[in-house]
Design a protein. Structure first.
Length: 524
């Protein structure tokens, strides 16, 4: 029997609550998730106007060169894309299929965690629905960046950790759960390193609940087992980085602006309270004002009622998993740039509180969240259609949605012209890894494209570690080239060419002959 909770809103609200609870349970949650997954697959295969964004194209480049790990991330996303494209081909929808599946997994596991914590199947449905309505999660369900599988891994880790701590509090020895937790965190680490921020939150929970969750030999052994499983899971990452001088460490140091990072000095900008306020505003935007308000209200309510509520142990777990991650990135924004999507994993377990505290299907906050979710969902799905609307259309960044295919067509025309004039196969060099990856995908024949980012003042990339994209290869010398994305002065300062002509300004496109390789540092 699904547990029903009394709402303070009166008998009418109680009646609505009772009717809603009677209709919604685990079966409806599964149907919701499967229905959304089917709709998203139909959308990706036949309706999506999205061309591959830079990160998606770059991860596709990784996938067609399988490895134990990569420059900036573990191998998880490349392995998933490689598996999907091996089955369905190198289409845009096949590259993105793991994102839709990951989103469905995250919704189901979040609902399961909510039900186990609240003992309320309606709350489980509401948690899954909230995840589907939040703008940033809507976008992540259709674009294959590292975030969709990472979100699924985060929720899975939280669910396993809750079950492990609960079993330990009952005096059991949940060895399998601890091992599964370490393995799950390790798999999440191979997708996105932020998963390690779970550890401080789980440790905080264990310390704060040490009376109910005694810190004894069983808990110590369980944590040790989790650490061993984690170490085993990340061995591919360790093996690759140890062979290549630990570029992943330099990349993460660059993210936080620390010494030894890979961020060029000219990229470093002062940060402080303004950066913090900008990140807070960005969080409201990507989460959506209604959901953000509900999350804050649910968090405050859980903390304020902790002395009276028998739900506090569960609430403390949810807060311990979510708040440290959000807090970490808010503090980090005082020192370095923080992207809006970096803290969003911290909100996932807080949605359990929102679902538990919701009363009835049509409270004002949920109505606003539903309305905004429908609008943002349509914008995410059909941005080019929205861009054609007066006034509002100007705010839609269609340059992120389309344009890569058109740019590749222009570059193909230049390649054909150079090939006809010189009798040699032109090489294509881009000034940033994202441009290089999009060209590699959309150019005719999908040739090797070279990234010169590390030569023209940008941070390095995975292209610097592949033999077939080495710009110092003597076999490239003497060939004509199409140069994309940087002005002529940067190309002249970094490379030797026999001649160079600018043919486009925005973005900068140049054609050159007599490629002579990279110039020695400082010679330009």
């Amino acid at each position: 029997m699904v547990e029903q909770r009394v709402d303070d809103g009166g008998t009418r609200q109680d009646a609505v609550q009772a009717r809603w609870t009677a209709r919604v349970g685990w079966r409806e949650t599964v149907l919701l998730v499967l229905g959304l997954l089917i709709l998203r697959i139909i959308y990706l295969v036949w309706l999506s106007p999205w061309e591959l964004v830079a990160d998606e194209a770059h991860y596709w480049e990784w996938a067609r060169r399988p490895s134990l790990s990569y420059y900036s991330k573990g191998p998880g996303i490349a392995w998933m894309i490689a598996a999907s494209t091996a089955l369905f081909g190198d289409s845009e929808w096949a590259i993105r299929l793991p994102a839709a599946i990951s989103s469905a997994i995250a919704m189901l596991v979040l609902a399961r965690l909510t039900i186990e914590i609240t003992r309320d199947e309606r709350a489980g449905f509401m948690a899954a629905a909230a995840l589907a309505l939040i703008p940033i999660y809507q976008l992540e369900a259709i674009l294959m960046t590292i975030d969709p599988p990472f979100m699924a891994a985060w929720v899975i880790c939280a669910w396993i950790a809750w079950r492990a701590f609960s079993a330990h509090a009952l005096g059991e020895r949940p060895w399998l759960l601890w091992a599964a937790l370490g393995l799950a965190i390790g798999v999440g680490f191979l997708i996105k390193y932020v998963i390690v921020l779970l550890a401080p939150g789980l440790l905080l929970y264990a310390i704060l609940r040490r009376r109910e969750v005694p810190w004894n030999g069983r808990l110590t052994a369980g944590i040790a087992l989790a650490l061993v499983a984690f170490a085993i899971a990340i061995t591919p990452w360790i093996a690759w980085n140890s062979q290549h001088g630990w570029p992943a460490i330099r990349h993460e140091l660059g993210h936080i602006g620390a010494p030894g990072g890979d961020v060029p000095p000219q990229w470093e900008q002062p940060h402080g309270i303004v950066s913090l306020l900008e990140l807070l505003a960005a969080q409201i935007g990507v989460i959506g004002p209604p959901a953000f308000v509900l999350i804050v209200a649910a968090t405050v309510r859980a903390i304020r009622t902790r002395r009276e509520s028998d739900r506090w142990p569960a609430h403390l777990f949810l807060l311990s998993v979510g708040l440290p991650t959000i807090g970490f990135f808010l503090l980090a924004s005082l020192k370095t740039g923080v992207e809006a999507n970096w803290p969003v994993s911290g909100y996932l377990t807080l949605l359990v509180l929102v679902a538990e505290y919701s009363r009835g299907a049509w409270t004002r906050g949920w109505r606003w969240m539903l309305a905004l979710g429908l609008v943002t969902g349509s914008i995410v799905a059909f941005p080019t259609a929205w861009a054609r609307l007066p006034v509002a259309g100007d705010a839609v960044p269609t340059y992120r949605v389309v344009g890569a295919r058109e740019r590749a067509t222009e570059v193909d025309a230049l390649r054909a012209e150079l090939r006809a004039r010189t009798g040699l196969e032109p090489i294509v060099i881009a000034g940033a890894y994202g441009d290089a990856s999009q060209l590699a995908y959309y150019l005719e024949g999908r040739p090797t494209v070279y990234d010169a980012g590390g030569y023209v003042g940008r941070r390095g990339s995975q292209y610097d570690y592949w033999a077939d994209t080495d710009l110092s290869d003597p076999g490239l010398r003497g060939r004509p080239a199409v140069l994309f994305g940087q002005p002529a002065e940067k190309w002249r300062a970094a490379f030797e060419f026999g001649s160079m002509t600018t043919v486009g300004e925005r973005p900068a496109v140049l054609v050159a002959r007599g490629y002579g390789g990279p110039l020695p540092p400082g010679s330009g």
